[in-house]
Design a protein around this ligand. Structure first.
Ligand code: FES
Ligand SMILES: [Fe+2]
Length: 421
């Protein structure tokens, strides 16, 4: 992962990029119902016969409507890590399928997920144009329209010229607070009042796999927003398979995380886990010396065997984690349209790493390396999306190295069945 390259000038757009023109779906592409039926059918195939999703699932607006209502509005969605909001007043804006939200730490030190919909006439209280960046620190949220102001806990504290509004009581008004939970340091939200707590869904993932990293103590040291021209599932599937190390990352990841050795844990209805062992000679060296050989300090809870591989986790539907012994990449991925998505790539480390000599240079080179392999992913994801709207695109057969894609398909099929019943 060491590189001396400097950061490219990304000139990254913000989370509020305008929508782009969408070309029509070609005539003859299967209907949404037919796409549902194909997914349910192919999710039942054994892994050896598995195939990719039908192309329509990546372009059909009605398919995204289904995902928005059955997945993004009914599941736990990860929004931020607690280390991004260390101080009262810290906030991060995020939109989930038409729900403008802000994750904020109040002066009572509580982290909440609030709606950005003003309780006066419904304006987004923190528009970019009014100098509200995607993240920052504020004492109050001042709605720029008529200057109603809210504490970072959501409480309405200032209302000009409302003295003649009969029965109006400012103290009864608050920005809506969504149901949220903190799990392993990550702040999740759900729009559902019915789904069980997050622990019931992901505790197996923590106990068997992720727990050793103790990410609630980690610090998020890098984040980069990407406005993407591809369906969110293209990125998710790319993230979850190591087959593409052979092609897309042949010069970056393949030399030390060869695709060939990767393997996947059996299917679980809540998550998918893939192992990415290091190259054989690197493994042997680590086991012989007990030294992780990493550029940064390994997470303290790990044992020597844990130094010999990297891991990829997908907590359904879209909690994406790529763990190495010395860093974690967490990707926040949200659809913004049938053929677009909003992605934030991040890196978390153990805070003690920052005290190491030469940390600043290591940080620079690790971020450059992360961007480099991510740009390789961006290129293949954009190019894959281009194929999805072709009149001749069809599902293709999957390698055993793409097993997590088959797992995700099974999850999707369950959601389709629940939606159709
Ligand atoms: S809409 Fe926010 S103050 Fe009027
Ligand atoms: Fe990749």
């Amino acid at each position: 992962m060491n590189t001396t390259e400097t950061l490219p000038d990304l000139n990254s757009p913000t989370a509020s990029d305008p929508p782009k023109y969408r070309f029509p779906i070609p005539e003859g592409m299967p209907s949404t119902e037919a796409i549902f039926a194909t997914i349910v059918e192919s999710s039942q195939l054994p892994r050896e016969k598995s195939q990719s999703l039908p192309p329509g699932a990546y372009v059909d607006p009605a398919f995204l409507d289904f995902e928005a209502s059955e997945i993004f509005r009914k599941e736990w969605i990860s929004l931020a890590h607690i280390s991004q909001l260390p101080n009262p007043g810290d906030f991060i804006k995020v939109d989930i399928c038409g729900e403008p939200m802000v994750v904020a730490r109040g002066k009572d030190d509580v982290i909440r997920v609030l709606s950005r919909v003003c309780r006066h006439r419904g304006m987004d209280v923190m528009p970019n144009g009014a100098n509200y960046p995607d993240k920052g620190n504020e004492r109050v949220i001042l709605c720029p329209y008529h200057l109603w102001s809210y504490e970072m806990s959501g409480r309405l504290v200032g209302v000009p010229e409302m003295q003649e509004a009969e029965g109006f009581d400012r103290t009864e008004i608050c920005l809506h607070e969504y149901r949220s939970e903190i799990w392993e340091g990550f702040i999740f939200v759900t729009l559902s009042e019915e789904i069980p707590p997050l622990a019931e869904k992901y505790d197996g993932l923590r106990e068997q796999f992720m727990g050793k990293w103790n990410l609630s103590e980690a610090e998020l040291v890098w984040d980069q927003h990407w406005s993407c021209d591809f369906n969110w599932k293209i990125l998710l599937e790319n993230f979850m398979e190591a087959y593409h190390h052979l092609g897309a990352h042949r010069k970056t990841l393949e030399p030390f995380l060869p695709a060939k050795g990767c393997w996947t844990e059996p299917y679980d209805e809540n998550y998918s886990v893939m192992h990415l062992p290091l190259r054989e000679d690197m493994k042997e060296e680590i086991l012989a010396s007990g030294d992780a050989g990493t550029t940064m300090k390994p997470f303290p809870g790990l044992e020597v065997e844990d130094y010999t591989e990297w891991w990829v986790y997908l907590g359904f539907p879209n909690f994406l984690i790529f763990n190495a012994p010395d860093r974690t990449y967490w990707y926040r991925l949200l659809p913004t349209g049938p053929e677009t998505c909003s992605l934030t790539t991040t890196m978390l480390i153990h805070p003690s790493t920052k005290e190491e000599k030469g940390y600043d240079e290591t940080y620079e080179s690790e971020v450059a390396a992360a961007i480099k392999f991510h740009l390789e992913d961006m290129e293949v994801c954009e190019a894959t999306q281009r194929g999805m709207k072709s009149s001749v695109a069809t599902p293709g057969r999957l390698s055993h190295l793409e097993e997590p894609i088959w797992h995700f398909q099974k999850y999707l099929a369950e959601k389709i069945k629940a939606h159709s019943s």
